[in-house]
Design a protein around this ligand. Structure first.
Ligand code: NAP
Length: 322
């Protein structure tokens, strides 16, 4: 089969499109014939070595397709089931080996491309708003990179919970997308100071929670956007990692809470996985959640997809097809 392999860390040019043997599923595992692959920012962290992995490896943390073979003891799915998954390495390929317990079974009305637009980024938006900081009616949430893959979903789910959402984005065009997704106010943080704007929009009080996936360039001001006892949910670093922090700063700035969550710890068992996935599938089916699949590229063009994503040129979801 064809797959995108990494032999050494580096820029998009290290993505190598090559022939790889098709593996057999072991006990508890399945083999999925991949129909759609989700592009995610974590793919860039893994490509560059910011999140180090043993090389060589097949990139990709999200896929959807059809169960093609099952190993011994698999009871959760059978051959022929339509499935999707997130946070299992190796989806930039025609086939992937996935533990059966990590698969969500797709309802008939969710196609493979929608599934990969929902799984990793959607379950992230779900746990951030329901579990990490449980958004309440009239809470004010600041969402950075609001027109991105996670961002557009996070806005919509936060609005379902009754929060007021302030988004930040890099361009005017992205601001329009964030507003269409339901953001109450949007700040173009490449043109104006988001801290000053947030203070203005909240009569100097600040927000209850900041969902910050940008990291290095936003972190300090994100802390200053919070009201006393506010939550800084740092869930990514698209602009680079955040410098170490003296916990005393959290006291000085208002007894703040800081957490650095990751999706794997919010999918601890099969129940948690199916609950989050099914909420997303239902919201998509009943029109509460709109997906923006901005572009679909062939798997062999993965390097181009990476250039677009890390160059801040994408909005919503980018899908790869083998
Ligand atoms: N912890 C978790 O569980 C988890 C799970 C999924 C994703 N994430 C994180 O969530 C973030 C969003 O992921 P995504 O896949 O949906 O990507 P994305 O938001 O579609 O793309 C990243 C966006 O970050 C913004 N950005 C700001 N400064 C940047 C810079 N210097 N370089 C590149 N981008 C920059 C850009 O939007 P603007 O131009 O509008 O600034 C860009 O479009 C990532 O940080 C990712 O690691 C975390």
């Amino acid at each position: 089969m064809k797959a995108i392999r990494i032999h050494q860390y580096g820029g998009p040019d290290v993505l190598s499109y090559e022939d790889v043997a098709i593996a057999e599923p072991k006990t508890g595992e399945t083999r999925v014939r991949i129909e759609a692959i989700g592009l995610n920012f974590i793919d860039i962290y893994q490509r560059t070595g910011l999140y180090p992995l043993q090389t060589p490896f097949t990139l990709g943390m999200e896929g959807a397709g059809i169960v093609d073979a099952v190993g011994e003891g698999v009871t959760e799915v059978k051959v022929g089931d339509r499935v999707a998954y997130a946070m299992i390495l190796g989806s930039y390929a025609e086939y992937a080996i996935v533990p059966a317990t990590k698969l969500a079974i797709l309802p008939a009305n969710i196609d493979a491309k929608s599934a990969v637009a929902l799984m990793l980024q959607g379950m992230t938006a779900h746990y951030l708003t329901h579990s990490t900081y449980e958004l309440k009616k009239r809470d004010i949430a600041l969402v950075h990179a609001a027109a991105g893959g996670v961002g557009l979903l996070l806005i919509q789910i936060a609005k379902m919970r009754g929060a007021r959402v302030i988004g930040t984005v890099g361009t005017e065009a992205k601001a329009q997308l964030a507003l269409q997704a339901g953001a109450d106010e949007v700040i173009v943080y490449t043109q104006s100071d988001f801290l000053a704007e947030v203070k203005k929009l909240t009569e100097g009080k600040g927000v209850h929670v900041v969902y910050d996936s940008v990291g290095a360039t936003t972190f300090d001001k994100s802390l200053d956007c919070l009201r006393p006892r506010g939550y800084l949910v740092l869930f990514g670093q698209s602009s680079g990692p955040v410098a170490p922090l003296d916990p005393g700063k959290l006291a000085a700035k208002g007894s703040l809470f800081l957490t650095r969550p990751t999706l794997a710890h919010y999918l601890l068992d099969r129940h948690e996985l199916t609950q989050r996935a099914n909420d997303l599938f239902n919201w998509k089916a009943n029109g509460k959640l709109k997906l923006r699949i901005e572009s679909t590229l062939a798997l062999h063009d993965a390097a181009q997809a990476h250039r677009l994503l890390e160059g801040r040129k994408t909005t919503g979801k980018v899908v790869l097809v083998p």
